[in-house]
Ligand binder design. Structure first.
Ligand SMILES: *Cc1c(COP(=O)(O)O)cnc(C)c1O
Length: 478
């Protein structure tokens, strides 16, 4: 970009002294620091503060009536969760909060979506995202390799509420999709980088299938993060996150978010016989549908008002603060997470005690081609077989099965033995006896969750120290 274009960006919103309020069009690294911030009229605070207030004052009787009847806000107080004219003033923090709104706008900007809703955990994000699309009697199709907690959520709570989930194992097999998708199917669900096996998904391929059947594609981008991959650029319609992980980044706060890409054609789906009444139907006689009122942001708005507000998984503003602050350094941290991961994955692959390393970005991995395309190594480096950065969560299988895994696990001293990923600290977990312990043996086998497999989440410590720790632990493997 030329200097003149840069100057244009910063001046196009008014005089040189006016604060920039719309960060669209700026680079990723600028938006992760600034998008969503707002000038503080009271004290000029530079950092958006933690707004600990459960509710919001109504100016007078008529203002209360208007806010509850969904009349557009006149006071401007509602601007923090939707600054379009259709937004009524805020009522209560279960629907939204100014601190969380900073995080929502920042994340929507980084993902390239139109709007986001922050919730209390990744599981809340997945449930809320899908409850806005499917009701009892409906059906969802998911790719088979997904986060263990999501598979448990689908198999237990979703099943209890009458929402059935079927899995597709080979995303390239049209016949398998054809068999799985029913008239009552309401979404296709997948992940950018599944863990523990780093078996990255060709989202463009899944998006093609979703488009063919008029289905919204929901992608869990927790492990990818928008710093590495932006699912909307690959055909996704909705993105969900466990913000507990890389986005907040320091392992201190549980949270989640739903991002609306604003791309799904709800009316075309309706015409094709797939109905999404929360988005396209009038909520009450006399009111217009969410789609009429909010256009491309209708899905996020429906999720906020008709799912999150009803069920109640709202995010604490304290955690919302940690989230918007964490995102300020996302790209820097991800660069380092990935650089160290590539170094460690390559090193592990050479060790005699290691049977296999599941890192798609390593040359020789069956998904290496896709890794280069989506997580690329620049073309000239890829031609020389350079690794591609498919995140920092991957599997390593040591020899000796469960006993080998036990010796290795117990021998680590810098790595923390714990469930969790995406922390500044490196972590290790034995999926077979933890996240996947309740899975039937045949599903574990099919997913490749063996007795010798360990999941690593590489943190921000020095690669040399981590390699020394891994080497000492491998020394204990017979
Ligand atoms: C951790 C995780 C979740 C669940 O998120 P919580 O914040 O722990 O509820 C969902 N999806 C993926 C990919 C995860 O890693």
């Amino acid at each position: 970009m030329s200097a003149a274009e840069h100057a244009d960006r910063t001046t196009r919103q008014g005089a040189a002294n006016d604060p920039i309020v719309d960060w669209e069009g700026f680079d990723f690294e600028t938006r992760e620091v600034h998008a969503g911030e707002y000038p503080d009229a009271n004290n000029g605070l530079r950092v958006p503060p933690i707004a600990l207030s459960a509710g919001y004052v109504f100016e007078d009787f008529d203002d209360q009536v208007e806010r509850f009847s969904g009349v557009p806000d006149r006071s401007g107080a509602g601007a923090f969760f939707g600054d379009d004219e259709a937004t009524p003033g805020p009522i209560y923090s279960r629907q939204g909060n100014p601190t969380n709104a900073v995080a929502e706008e920042r994340l929507a900007s980084l993902e390239g979506g139109v709007s986001a809703v922050a919730v209390s955990s990744g599981q809340a994000a997945i449930s809320s995202a899908l409850f806005a699309l499917a009701k009892g009697g409906d059906h969802i199709v998911s790719t088979a390799s997904i986060y263990g907690g999501t598979r448990i959520l689908f198999g237990r709570s979703f099943a209890r509420f009458g929402i059935e989930v079927d899995y597709v194992w080979d995303i390239d097999d049209d016949a398998e999709w054809e068999r799985a998708i029913r008239p009552s199917t309401k979404a296709i669900y997948t992940e950018s980088i599944p863990n523990p096996r780093n078996d990255i998904v060709d989202m463009r391929r899944v998006a093609e299938v979703a488009a063919r059947y008029n289905l919204p594609l929901v992608v869990d981008n927790t492990v990818g993060t928008p710093a590495l991959i932006r699912p909307f650029e690959h055909g996704a319609d909705i993105v969900v996150h466990s913000t507990t992980k890389f986005l907040t980044g320091h392992g201190a706060a549980v949270g989640g978010a739903i991002v609306d890409g604003g791309t799904f054609d709800w009316e075309a789906a309706e015409r094709a016989g797939r109905s999404f009444p929360l988005i396209t139907a009038a909520p009450r006689p006399g009111l217009r549908s969410m789609l009429d009122r909010f256009g491309p942001g209708a899905y996020a708005r429906a999720t906020r008002e008709a799912v999150v507000n009803d069920i109640g998984p709202s995010l604490s503003p304290f955690n919302g603060f940690l989230l918007h602050q964490g995102m300020e350094t996302l790209s820097l941290r991800m660069e380092r997470h990935v650089e160290t991961s590539v170094e460690i994955a390559s090193w592990l692959a050479e060790q005699p005690e290691v049977e296999c390393v599941d890192y798609a970005g390593l040359p020789g991995h069956p998904l290496y081609g896709l890794a280069v395309r989506d997580y690329g190594a620049p073309a000239e480096d890829a031609a020389e077989g350079a690794a591609a950065g498919t995140g920092s969560v991957f599997g390593v299988t040591v020899r000796g099965g469960r006993e080998g895994a036990r010796a290795f696990f117990d021998g680590l001293r810098i790595f923390s033995r714990m469930t969790g990923i995406g922390d500044t600290r490196s972590m290790v977990l034995h999926p077979c006896t933890s996240t996947h312990a309740t899975f039937p043996v045949e599903i574990k086998e099919r997913l490749g969750i063996g007795e010798g497999l360990l999941r690593l989440s590489i943190g921000l410590e020095s690669a040399e120290d981590l390699i020394a720790d891994l080497r000492a632990a491998l020394d204990r493997v017979d």
